[in-house]
Design a protein. Structure first.
Length: 88
């Protein structure tokens, strides 16, 4: 959820005139991922058990966490360029 919220905030900052489209796209991705992960978790818990399944999912979340910080730093540069382009 943190990554999706960061992505939506960046999208709204970069495309303020298309805020409803950004929100709709993020919600589409969120709901699609939820549908896929529900079936994956069901099959994984049946095959591996709860402990291993949630340990793997936790590891995936921890490994992807740095992407949120990359997005925050790159997003700031994109915003500065957009503001400079509109001013100049």
């Amino acid at each position: 959820m943190a990554i999706l919220n960061t992505s939506m905030t960046l999208g709204l900052d970069l495309l303020p005139k298309q805020s409803s489209s950004v929100t709709a796209c993020v919600n589409l991705v969120r709901c699609s991922l939820a549908a896929v992960l529900v079936s994956v978790i069901d099959k994984a818990t049946s095959a591996l058990g709860f402990g291993v399944t949630y340990t793997i999912l936790s590891a995936v979340c921890v490994l992807l966490l740095p992407l949120m910080y990359v997005e925050m730093s790159v997003g700031e540069r994109f915003r500065r360029r957009r503001v400079a382009k509109n001013v100049g």
